[in-house]
Design a protein around this ligand. Structure first.
Ligand SMILES: [Zn+2]
Length: 133
């Protein structure tokens, strides 16, 4: 089990599983994990903001209303149901060992790569976001 949370500590999360995929963005190296939503337990009341992703997917992004830490995002289907997948910001986890072991398998937004962000060796390259089924 991995635990984590926001900067101020009012939102805590527990993750009981293995990421389905780990990725980072070529814009600023932000690592993310794609996980099963059922394996994420959230305590506290994150605030949600709706957004349409570049892909056209409707997303809800969650952050701490007190300190502003971005936490995770979920895709919403056209019928309003949440997708079974959650995209978690890896940086919210306290577990350095997990972060070390979960080297990004994919790199996202490579079309917008910053000059000082080196490609992750062996990671699959995507010009935009991962295609979430
Ligand atoms: Zn907070």
């Amino acid at each position: 089990m991995a635990v984590g949370g926001c900067f101020c500590g009012k939102i805590r999360i527990e993750f009981n599983g293995q990421p389905l995929k780990s990725a980072s963005t070529a814009q600023a190296g932000n690592p993310i994990y794609v996980i099963n939503s059922t394996e994420l337990k959230v305590s506290g009341n994150p605030k949600e903001v709706a957004k349409t992703a570049d892909s056209g997917n409707k997303m809800r992004n969650y952050f701490c209303p007190d300190c502003g830490t971005p936490l995770f995002g979920r895709k919403i289907h056209s019928n309003g149901d949440f997708d079974e997948i959650t995209i978690v910001r890896a940086g919210i986890f306290d577990d350095i060992q997990m972060l070390n072991e979960q080297k990004p398998e994919a790199e996202l937004y490579t079309d917008r790569r910053l000059q000082w962000v080196n490609p992750v060796e062996g990671a699959e390259q995507f010009g935009g976001m991962l295609a979430l089924s």
